[in-house]
Write a protein of this length. Structure first.
Length: 152
């Protein structure tokens, strides 16, 4: 299946269904670095059927849907061992802050869980997430609080 059908059409249909249901209190989308402002190395994803373009369309659809939302833009996901979080702490940036970096899948899962359980600090934000070995360990809720709300 082409990325357009999954990352744009399919994801946008999810947001439309959520609005129609009227019961969604917080929508969270895991997207990618580089969707809005293409930077290297994230830009390499566009070499494969314009993936970042299609993800951006779904981000815009969510932001304009009227649903409270959080868009999580992770850096490159760590290889299968998923132990990156053992030695690297999560760092948040506002939209378009990072062009690259690595983060663990488990770290992203923790970010998504925090966005869903604490929408008071996560709603209507785009957060770019990477992990660094020299970053101090900070609660995810605190990291969300430092990122401003985002409007399309």
């Amino acid at each position: 299946m082409l990325p357009y059908k999954v990352d744009s059409v399919g994801t946008t249909a999810v947001w439309e269904a959520a609005v129609k249901a009227g019961t969604v209190e917080q929508a969270v989308m895991v997207s990618s670095l580089g969707t809005e402002q293409v930077k290297f190395p994230a830009a390499l994803l566009n070499l494969f059927w314009g993936i970042l373009v299609w993800k951006r369309q779904a981000e815009v659809a969510l932001a304009k849907s009227g649903l409270p939302y959080t868009i999580v833009r992770p850096g490159g996901l760590e290889a299968a061992g998923d132990d990156y979080g053992d030695t690297h702490n999560v760092v948040f940036g506002a939209a378009n802050e990072f062009g690259g970096g690595t983060v663990s899948r488990m770290q992203i899962a923790d970010v998504v869980a925090e966005a869903l359980t604490n929408p008071d600090v996560a709603a209507n934000k785009v957060v770019e997430v990477i992990a660094k070995d020299d970053a101090p360990a900070r609660p995810i809720k605190e990291l969300f609080a430092q990122v401003p709300e985002y409007r399309v």
